[in-house]
Design a protein around this ligand. Sequence first.
Ligand SMILES: Cc1cc2nc3c(=O)[nH]c(=O)nc-3n(C[C@H](O)[C@H](O)[C@H](O)COP(=O)(O)O)c2cc1C
Length: 167
Amino acid sequence: MEFYDVIRSRRSIRAYRSVPVEQEKLERVLEAARLAPSAANRQPLLFYVIRDEETRAALLEAYSQQWFVDAPVILCACHRPGEAWRRTDLKSYADVDLAIAMDHLILAATAEGLGTCWIGAFKPEPVRRILGIPEELEPVAMTPLGYPDEEPAARSRKDLNEIVEYR
Ligand SMILES: Cc1cc2nc3c(=O)[nH]c(=O)nc-3n(C[C@H](O)[C@H](O)[C@H](O)COP(=O)(O)O)c2cc1C
């Protein structure tokens, strides 16, 4: 798919077909995240890939939407705050690094014909417990990954002149 078509056609998908995701596709999507830039090239990230049905079902405790756990794959993106680059005023770029990698992943999934939905509104404690995430990692974003079972219309965006100022 052409790059701008990928950007234009991406949607948050909240219904998934019960069809497995091919391993090659999954790896290409993860590879897109691996290639993302990060501050000072620290790459302070770890992605958990959850395919096991029981583990996915258990994640309902963290985010109580059935469509989320019905997807054949759930990805959980974590960063290591201790490894992330900090500006001189100590602002951490861990969230920024994670967001860039996550967006690479989401766009790669779109190019593969796969759906995603960034999930930020999950409870981190059950996620830590269910996935066995160690202290030094922080789960920041999750997404289901699978073949879409819906074709949502594009949601509106602000006009360009509302988000851009020329000087
Ligand atoms: C940081 C972030 C957190 C989000 N958290 C959730 C969430 O917890 N649950 C959900 O259903 N969608 C979530 N979304 C998806 C947004 O609602 C969605 O991107 C927005 O409404 C625009 O729709 P679109 O992605 O289809 O263009 C999140 C998106 C982002 C970028």
